[in-house]
Design a binder for this molecule. Structure first.
Ligand code: FAD
Ligand code: SIN
Length: 519
């Protein structure tokens, strides 16, 4: 494959749902750097927020999204997303996704932090797995869609590769596809596309403790930034309040917020509840508030975790709705019906990302960004729980409408050079990469985590500069590997998070600084 109508980078909900729509209009090639099913999507537990029945309304869901986002969300984008939610959920059902129902045959809706109504459609506590499997199956069986596993997108191709100077001020940057590492030839090859879709997911691995799988290394965000596309809102990194405390495990196993929605409560190690001190919504306050409260309580007590107490929940409901959590806890010696579950916050979701308009289009022509790597304006300063699977679906649908309009008038770019690997050598010392990853994660967790300050951010920035210089030098002299590219992308992503955090001279939503407001 060296040219294709639609090149989709990523096989999570964003990439797959785009492909399943675009297939009617042209050939689609999905590349994915791991197996096609290893995505963040697969691990989603709680479900997908959408307005289904009375007494819920679009207006209520819109309000909850705006409040969670600290009114920084784009009201037009919020309205689009929420009012299109019902149709997009129907797409999922049509692709075979099975959401749990009650005995009466109605969908069993769950509640999560910041939601004023029960509105989260779910498949037990494994909603993501259900979505990933059903969408992947549809795509795999489709002759218009090719899926290439273990192919790694290294760079986007723009006129920069034809020798034209491109800067962040250029207004006419065009994307012509991507340079992709082919595991069979072990070479980086140009893949030309009329339309390129970045659907590369999140950034969690920039931090020491994360719920994200290893694939979430900010590749798409860093690539678009290098190609001079606009990236924004990166200071708003969401920490999930309740990841299972099990220090040797990476990624951290999530304990879904839906468990708090079902009545589980946060407690200190002495058994006292504490959320009432921080917010009248208690354990079900929006995530930024709950994560910060836990962080604060852990700092006061010196404890390594707090507890989530689900012992009082109805056992039948627990086993039916949360079988995955029950068995995971049991596997580490915790019977969640008898023992409290030790939990800590963990880096979970990037609310910022590649700027896109209401059609999923980036600031680069013929380049779209979908899913977690994008910044549509939906989440503002803090994402409302279970709004991200929804966002992926809404904007994949919209991007398909926009992209297909341009397909017939776009041709494959000629003259794109082969990848220049001259002078590069194999990197014999993996420690040069692994140690830098550890340093990066430590800098980000300690200085750019849930609570920040000007001094911490400056320290992080200075230390990152050293890592940046070393990583660029290593990248320039090394034969391309996934490991060196991921390190480079994580350093690039961390730079964007710190840069945006340093610019924001206030505490807002997920960006909380002890320096603001000034005392
Ligand atoms: P992903 O599903 O992460 O897919 C990214 C794809 O890009 C992968 O195929 C990856 O291999 C590929 N890729 C990345 N870089 C490259 C590269 N350089 N070259 C080639 N391929 C590349 N959201 C909700 O709305 N509800 C929930 O209940 C929920 N629960 C969650 C639970 C967990 C544990 C986690 C981690 C997240 C949860 N989220 C939830 C968030 C949500 O799952 C993600 O935001 C969403 O699935 C992201 O989908 P995506 O398609 O953008 O990216
Ligand atoms: C969860 O199930 O708590 C995660 C939901 C989300 O991240 O949207």
């Amino acid at each position: 494959m060296n040219s294709v109508d639609f090149l989709v980078i990523g096989s999570g909900i964003a990439g797959l749902s785009f492909a399943l729509k675009a297939r009617k209009y042209g050939k689609v090639c999905i590349i994915t750097k791991d197996t096609a099913e290893e995505t963040s999507t697969r691990y989603a537990q709680g479900g997908i927020a959408a307005v289904t029945y009375d007494p819920d309304t679009y207006e209520k869901h819109i309000k909850d999204t705006m409040v969670a986002g600290c009114e920084l969300s784009d009201p037009e984008i919020v309205r689009i997303t929420i009012t299109e939610s019902t149709e997009r959920v129907k797409d999922l059902i049509q692709w075979g996704v099975d959401f749990d129902k009650t005995k009466s045959g109605k969908y069993d809706l769950a509640k999560e932090g910041g939601h004023s109504e029960f509105r989260v459609l779910h498949h037990k506590d494994e909603t993501g797995l259900e979505i990933q499997q059903k969408l992947y199956r549809q795509a795999k069986e489709d002759s218009q869609i090719e899926i290439l596993e273990k192919y790694y997108a290294v760079e986007l191709i723009t006129q920069h590769h034809l020798g034209v100077i491109v800067t962040k001020h250029s207004t006419d940057i065009h994307c012509h596809g991507a340079y992709v590492y082919n595991p069979h030839t072990q070479k980086v090859e140009p893949v030309l596309a009329k339309c390129t879709i970045v659907a590369t997911g999140g950034i969690g691995n920039v931090y020491g403790n994360t719920t994200n799988p290893p694939i979430s290394t900010g590749d798409g965000i860093a690539m678009v930034h290098r190609a001079k596309g606009l990236v924004r809102g990166m200071e708003f990194v969401q920490f999930h309040p309740t990841a299972l405390y099990h220090p040797t495990e990476r990624p951290a196993f999530l304990i879904t917020e839906a468990l708090r929605g079902a009545g589980a409560r946060l407690k200190l190690l002495n058994g006292n509840e504490f959320m009432g001190k921080y917010d009248s919504r208690g354990s079900l306050a929006p995530r930024d508030i709950v994560a910060r409260a836990i962080d604060n309580e852990m700092k006061i007590s010196g404890d390594d975790h707090v507890f989530l107490d689900a012992r009082h929940l109805d056992k039948v409901i627990f086993f039916n709705h949360f079988p995955n959590i029950y068995s995971k806890c049991l596997s580490v010696g915790i019977d969640a019906t008898k023992d409290m579950i030790p939990v800590v916050p963990a880096a979970h979701y990037s609310c910022g990302g590649i700027y896109v308009n209401q059609w999923g289009a980036t600031t680069i022509e013929n380049l779209y960004a979908l899913g977690e790597c994008s910044s549509t304006g939906l989440h503002g300063a803090n994402r409302l729980a279970s709004n991200s699977l929804l966002e992926s679906l809404v904007f994949s649908h919209r991007a398909c409408i926009d992209a297909t309009k341009k397909l017939n008038t776009t041709s494959f770019q000629e003259g794109i050079p082969n990848w220049d690997a001259e002078g590069t050598v194999s990197n014999e010392e993996m420690v040069l990469i692994t140690q830098s990853v550890k340093e990066l994660q430590s800098i980000m967790s300690n200085y750019v985590g849930i609570v920040r300050s000007d001094l911490r951010l400056q320290r992080a920035f200075d230390r990152l500069n050293i890592l940046h210089r070393e990583t660029e030098a290593l990248y320039q002299r090394s034969v391309v590997t996934k490991q060196i590219c991921e390190l480079r992308n994580m350093v690039g992503t961390a730079y964007l998070i710190i840069r945006e955090a340093m610019k924001r001279k206030e505490s807002l939503g997920l960006h909380y600084s002890t320096d603001y407001p000034p005392k």
